[in-house]
Design a protein around this ligand. Structure first.
Ligand SMILES: Cc1ncc(COP(=O)(O)O)c(C=O)c1O
Length: 669
């Protein structure tokens, strides 16, 4: 690319010759940017780009043109005059002009408005159906190979990403975290006219303002991951071609992908992939629906067709997620039929109480539809003893000659990825985890490696699997179990006449997006066991870093000491209080209720300050659980929570957390 620059009194002329592509673009930028810097910042002197001798313009070249235009505009001070004609493109040849037109830039730049004029177009002026159709076609991915159309698609995305990038700062959220205006939202009405692509994308980008950046080192709020790039691309690919995994006719190789993912996961957790079956569903809650539903059919056969004719119980620990209540309510069992078992100090289901509860139900002839074992609780990463639960169930079946087997569902939506450590050599420690991390990983694995004993299991990729929402996989150990919920194919005459994969005959959903499967597949292929070990090892290490700091602090008590995951729950105490002694009293002594409530209020105040620090961009995004567990006196125990999910979190972020906590304690009084 040859560049010639002429500075005239009223404009700057840039003559380009050759190919304006990935090589030519940087040459152009390098030559022109210093000249732009030297221009007065009043926007009075337009820059004219003469493309008369350019014979090829690629999307990289277009990006360079946009970049120059943006650089010119960015020199104009806030509130200054922003001329529409700051960068003009003149003399584009046939091909080059076509590229500019296709990407929406021909008009923008040739008439001098560089990214601004299209937004001001009067939609009424092109209101004929034929005109609109052209714009509509431009708004869909090209159905046949068309590089110009694709370049325009890429540009649209690139411009959107550029807007998002403009909102990034050191703070853990995008742009400003402004108060929300629900009144305005409620008054919204559908626009009368079509918008331009750019207008729409710009508006969409603005809706992301204020969003928490889950990947930010100062974000430690909940079990919400940043999505990995491969998983984003997986979702995106599926969005372009919109496969529906109701059957293989509508999803083709994505049907294979669903099988691949469920077989990989089955083998990982200890199921026989040849005997098990998996299906993606609408969230971790959906996986629990499947587990409870299968159990219901086993305990009360024929419920699917005949409805519920007698009650049945679901048993779970008090730390289990409330999703089980949704399942009970929506499946018609009724939430009153949940039997809750208290947890031990390590937040796992109390086994003695479980035995008492199950034995009592069996003796009274009450049907048990499902026992839900939580393998990684939401608040504390508590892990139930699945092996004990399954053996207990088996013993009860034998001892009481039950004519059905209560279904055991493992809610492992958080804990499942720890299965990658099942075959890790903890003695040799080839990946070099620090000693405390190794201990923590080993401890979690001790329970997680028993996952294969459950009758069914729920796995979320949109949690510790690092995929975008929602990507949840339900697997049952014996694929025949799915026959219990399979509908008569005659009821669906318009589907399944051919092909070999028809999950739509038993899935809760009719349409099922391929995006969930593709993002999961992307992460399994990208990370492999090694990569998952590395990222899980990292988040556990960072939680250990925090625990080490909290333990050394005289005013804080870690309250999920025996859970070895990425989440740390802790309570802060006012000066002069011994945290360990106070916490013990609060948990064990029913007479310490007033002290517990006073310290709950204190922690609430500390949290309010922490939250304010985060909102003003000075702190970390942490969270709070106002009922981590219940004291001996029946009072809720509130705890502050750090959930490490981001691979970008480092020890410096934990130093910052401690500094924020100190400041918050001082302010809370
Ligand atoms: C242990 C557990 N199970 C189930 C769920 C429900 O998952 P989802 O929100 O994807 O429906 C959650 C959510 O956090 C959870 O922590």
């Amino acid at each position: 690319m040859n560049i010639k620059i002429e500075k005239r009194s009223n404009r700057m002329m840039i003559y380009c010759q050759g190919r304006l592509d990935a090589e030519g673009g940087p040459v152009l930028e390098k030559a022109v940017l210093p000249e732009i810097e030297a221009l007065p910042s009043d926007g009075d002197r337009p820059v004219v780009l003469d493309l008369g001798d350019v014979d090829y313009l690629s999307s990289a070249g277009i990006r360079s043109i946009l970049f120059l235009s943006k650089s010119l505009y960015s020199r104009i001070p806030e509130g200054g005059f922003r001329p529409p004609a700051i960068l003009r493109v003149v003399n584009p040849s046939g091909n080059v002009k076509q590229v500019l037109d296709m990407t929406g830039l021909g008009e923008l730049i040739a008439d001098g408005s560089a990214g601004h004029a299209a937004d001001k177009k009067d939609p009424e002026a092109r209101a004929t159906q034929a005109d609109l159709l052209a714009g509509i076609r431009q708004a869909f991915p090209s159905p046949v190979s068309d590089q110009l159309h694709d370049a325009s698609f890429v540009q649209t995305i690139a411009r959107g990403l550029e807007r998002l990038d403009g909102m990034k700062s050191q703070r853990p959220f995008l742009g400003r975290h402004a108060p929300l205006n629900y009144d305005r939202a409620r008054r919204s009405i559908m626009p009368e006219n079509m918008s331009t692509l750019d207008e729409t994308v710009a508006e969409l980008a603005s809706y992301l303002e204020g969003l928490i950046i889950w990947g930010h080192p100062y974000t430690q709020e909940n079990v919400i991951p940043p999505a990995s790039i491969p998983s984003i691309v997986g979702q995106f690919f599926a969005s372009i071609y919109n496969p529906n995994i109701i059957w293989d006719e509508y999803s083709h190789r994505l049907a294979e992908a669903e099988l691949e993912v469920s077989s990989m996961c089955a083998a990982l957790i200890g199921y026989d992939p040849d005997r098990s079956a998996g299906v993606f569903t609408w969230g971790g809650t959906g996986t629990i629906f499947y587990g409870v539903k299968l159990g219901l059919e086993k305990a009360l056969p024929g419920s699917f067709t005949g409805g519920l004719r007698e009650p049945a119980k679901v048993v779970s620990s008090e730390a289990g997620h409330y999703a089980k209540l949704s399942a009970l309510g929506w499946l018609g069992l009724g939430t009153d039929n949940l039997t809750t078992v208290q947890t031990d100090g390590d937040n796992s289901m109390g086994l003695e109480e479980l035995e008492t509860v199950l034995t009592d139900l069996v003796r009274r002839g009450v049907k048990i539809a499902c026992i839900i074992a939580t393998m990684g609780t939401t608040d504390a990463f508590g892990i139930d003893n699945l092996e004990y639960i399954v053996r207990l169930r088996d013993r009860l079946c034998l001892d009481h000659r039950l004519d059905y087997r209560p279904h055991v569902h493992a809610d492992a939506v958080i804990g499942w990825p720890w299965s990658v450590f099942n075959d890790y050599d903890f003695d040799r420690n080839p990946m070099g985890f620090p000693a405390r991390t190794l201990r923590s990983l080993w401890d979690a694995r001790a329970q997680i490696r028993r996952l294969g004993l459950a009758d069914s299991i729920g796995l979320d990729f949109h949690k510790t699997g690092y995929a975008p929402y929602t990507s949840s996989l339900f697997i049952c150990r014996r694929r025949e179990d799915l026959d219990l919920i399979t509908r008569d194919q005659a009821l669906m005459p318009y589907l399944f006449q051919f092909g070999n994969y028809h999950p739509g005959v038993f899935t809760m959903e009719a349409s099922r997006s391929g995006g969930a499967v593709m993002s999961a597949l992307a992460n399994l292929k990208f990370f492999g066991k090694q990569g998952y070990r590395a990222i899980l090892g990292h988040i556990v290490s960072m939680a250990e870093e925090l625990r080490a700091r909290l333990t050394q602090n005289d005013h804080v008590q870690v309250v999920n000491d025996y859970n070895y995951g990425p989440v740390t729950l802790f309570r802060a105490y006012p000066d002069g209080v011994d945290p360990m002694a106070a916490y013990r009293r609060e948990v064990e002594d029913p007479a310490a209720g007033a002290e517990l409530l006073r310290h709950n209020e204190y922690n609430q105040r500390v949290f309010d300050v922490l939250h304010h620090q985060a909102e003003s961009g000075e702190g970390l995004a942490l969270s709070l659980t106002d009922r981590y567990r219940v004291s001996a006196g029946g009072e809720p125990i509130l705890a502050l929570k750090s959930y490490v999910m981001s691979p970008f979190i480092d020890p410096e972020a934990m130093d910052k957390l401690m500094a924020c906590l100190d400041a918050a304690r001082r302010q809370a009084g």
